[in-house]
Write a protein of this length. Structure first.
Length: 534
C-alpha cells in the first residue's frame, strides 16, 4: 500500500477512535459497569456519571435503582431493570430481555447514601422540566441530596427560571450543595444564610450536620442559624398545637352543645348522649355504603346527605327515650343517671349486633382530603371543615334560641320552669322537643367525628366525659359558655400534651376544672335556672 492511502487510513482511524460518540460512550460504559460493583463508592460514581451523561435511559435506570428494581444479570454482567408491569429491559438500550435471559438477576446494592445520590441525580435531570411543580420537586430532591455535582445543573436552571417560588428552592439547593465543596469561606457563609432562611427541619438537619473540619466562622454561623431555626420552629409548633386545640375544641363543642341544651332546660344528666353521637356516625356509614352501591358519583356529596339524616335519626331516638323513660324520672337525678347509662349500654349492644363490633370505614370526600401549608403550619382540610361546621351549627342554634317562638319558650323554661308553665307553656312537650334537638345536634356531631375518629360502638364513650366537663366549665345552658369552654379545654389539652403526655394532660385538665368549680360552682357564664329556684 502506498504512503498516501496509509495516511488517509490512519487519519480515519484516529477520527473514529477520538470521535465525540466514542469519547462519550466510554464514561457511560464505565457508569453501567459500575452498577455491578460491590463498592458503594463505585456505584455512587456511576450514578453521577450516568446523570451527567444525558443518556436516554438515565432517568428510568435511576428510578429503577431507587425502587430496588435495578439488577445485574449474573450470566454476562449486563445491567437490566424491571418495569411496573413486570417487563425486564436492558438498561443501556431499553430493549426487552427475551426468553430466559431475565433469570439469575442480582439486585444492585443500595443503602441510604446511594438513595441520597439517586435523589440528587434525579433532581438534576428534571431541573429544566417544563412543568413548574416538577422543577420544584427536583430542586427539593437536590436540596435533600446535597450533591455538589448538581451545581452546574442548578446554575443552568437558575439562569432560565422565572417562577419566584421555584427559584427560591433552587437557590436553597445550590446553597446546600455548595457547603459540600471547597468554596471560599464567604460563599459558605452566604449559603448558610440562604439555608437558614428556609427555617424547616431539613435546613436544621443540614446545618447541624456540618463537621468540625469547617472554618470556625462557618461553624459559628451554622450554630447561630440552628439556634434561630429552633426558636422559629418552637413558635410554629406552638401555633400548630393551638390549631389542633381549636380543632379538638370544635369537636368537643359539637359533642357538648346538645348536652348543654338538655342539661340546661331539663336538668337531666344524660349518660346516653355519647350514643347519639355514635348513631350519627353510623348513619354516615350507612349513607356512604348506599351511595357506593347505587350512585358512586354522588360520594363527594355523602356528608351533605348524611347531616340531615343523622339529625333526624338521633332526634327521633332522643324523643323516644324522653317520652318512654326520662319523663317518669324528673326530679330524681340519680335514677335518671342510672337509667340513661343503662340505655347507653343497650344502644351500644344494639349497634354491635347490627353492624358488628369492629370499626367501620367511613370515607373522606375528595374536597376534604389533603392539606395546605400556611407558613410553618400544616392545615388539613378535614379538620378545617369541622371547625367551620361547628361554627355554623352554633350560629344556627343561637338563631333558633333567640329568634324563634320555640327558642323563646325554651329560654323561659330554663330561667323559671314554674312561671313558664303558669304562662301556658306546655313544658312536657317542650322537654321532648328540647331533648330531640340536643340529641339531633349530637347526631350531626357524629357525622363530623366520623372523619377523624374510628366509627365503632364505643365512639360516644370517648367524648361523654369531655362533654360534661365542657358543660360544667362553661356554665349549664349557656351556648357562649360552651363555646369558650370547648375551645379553652381543647387548646389547653394540646398545649399540655408535648410536656405532660396525653393521659397526664387530661388529668391536669380535670384537676383544674375541679378546683375551678370550687370557686365558681355554676361555671364561667351562669344562667338563672330551676336549679337555683327556691
Amino acid at each position: 500500500m502506498s504512503l498516501l492511502p496509509r495516511v488517509v487510513l490512519l487519519i480515519g482511524l484516529a477520527f473514529a477512535v477520538l470521535s465525540p460518540a466514542r469519547i462519550e460512550a466510554a464514561p457511560v460504559d464505565e457508569a453501567f459497569s459500575g452498577f455491578a460493583s460491590a463498592g458503594y463508592d463505585t456505584i455512587e460514581k456511576a450514578i453521577e456519571t450516568l446523570a451527567a451523561s444525558g443518556h436516554p435511559t438515565a432517568e428510568a435506570v435511576l428510578n429503577a435503582l431507587e425502587g430496588g428494581n435495578l439488577f445485574v444479570r449474573e450470566a454476562d454482567g449486563a445491567i437490566v431493570y424491571k418495569t411496573k408491569d413486570g417487563k425486564v429491559l436492558d438498561a443501556r438500550t431499553d430493549a426487552p430481555i427475551a426468553g430466559n435471559a431475565a433469570e439469575s438477576l442480582k439486585p444492585v446494592r443500595v443503602n441510604n447514601r446511594i438513595r441520597r445520590a439517586v435523589k440528587a441525580a434525579l433532581g438534576s435531570l428534571t431541573l429544566l422540566n417544563p412543568r413548574t411543580e416538577s422543577r420544584r420537586v427536583a430542586a427539593e430532591a437536590v436540596f435533600k441530596g446535597r450533591d455538589p455535582t448538581a451545581l452546574p445543573h442548578l446554575e443552568a436552571a437558575l439562569a432560565k427560571e422565572k417562577d419566584a417560588g421555584v427559584r427560591r428552592v433552587m437557590e436553597q439547593a445550590r446553597a446546600a450543595a455548595l457547603l459540600g465543596t471547597d468554596a471560599p469561606e464567604a460563599a459558605k457563609l452566604a449559603a448558610i444564610e440562604v439555608i437558614a432562611g428556609r427555617g424547616d427541619l431539613e435546613a436544621r438537619a443540614l446545618l447541624a450536620s456540618l463537621g468540625r473540619d469547617v472554618p470556625p466562622a462557618v461553624a459559628k454561623a451554622a450554630a447561630a442559624a440552628v439556634a434561630a431555626i429552633d426558636g422559629r420552629l418552637a413558635v410554629w409548633n406552638t401555633a400548630q398545637s393551638v390549631y389542633y386545640g381549636i380543632s379538638l375544641g370544635s369537636v368537643l363543642l359539637l359533642a357538648a352543645i346538645g348536652l348543654a341544651i338538655t342539661f340546661g332546660v331539663m336538668g337531666v344528666i344524660n349518660m346516653a348522649h355519647g350514643e347519639m353521637v355514635m348513631l350519627g356516625a353510623y348513619t354516615t356509614f350507612v349513607v356512604q355504603e348506599t351511595i357506593r352501591k347505587t350512585a358512586p358519583e354522588l360520594f363527594d356529596y355523602s356528608l351533605a346527605i348524611a347531616v340531615p339524616l343523622a339529625f333526624l335519626v338521633a332526634a327521633a331516638v332522643g324523643i323516644l327515650i324522653e317520652r318512654t323513660v326520662i319523663r317518669f324520672l324528673y326530679g330524681r337525678p340519680l335514677e335518671t343517671l342510672l337509667a340513661t347509662w343503662g340505655l347507653s349500654l343497650v344502644l351500644q349492644q344494639g349497634v354491635r349486633s347490627i353492624f358488628g363490633p369492629t370499626n367501620r370505614e367511613v370515607g373522606t370526600p375528595a374536597w376534604m382530603s389533603g392539606a395546605f401549608e400556611l407558613g410553618g403550619l400544616t392545615l388539613t382540610y378535614n379538620r378545617l371543615t369541622i371547625i367551620v361546621f361547628a361554627v355554623v351549627v352554633l350560629a344556627l342554634l343561637m338563631l333558633i334560641t333567640r329568634f324563634t317562638p320555640f327558642g323563646l319558650r325554651m329560654r323561659a323554661v330554663t330561667q323559671n320552669r314554674q312561671m313558664a308553665a303558669s304562662m301556658g307553656i306546655r313544658t312536657p312537650w317542650l322537654d321532648s322537643l328540647t331533648f330531640g334537638l340536643g340529641s339531633g345536634i349530637a347526631g350531626i356531631a357524629g357525622v363530623a367525628l366520623s372523619q377523624i375518629d374510628n366509627v365503632s360502638p364505643n365512639l360516644g364513650q370517648s367524648y361523654i366525659i369531655d362533654s360534661f366537663m365542657v358543660v360544667v366549665f362553661g356554665g349549664v345552658g349557656n351556648l357562649w359558655g360552651t363555646l369558650v369552654a370547648a375551645l379553652t379545654l381543647g387548646v389547653a389539652n394540646k398545649l399540655l400534651e408535648p410536656f405532660a403526655g396525653a393521659v397526664l394532660g387530661k388529668i391536669l385538665i380535670l384537676v383544674f376544672i375541679i378546683l375551678f368549680i370550687q370557686k365558681r360552682p355554676r361555671g364561667l357564664f351562669a344562667l338563672k335556672g330551676r336549679a337555683v329556684e327556691s
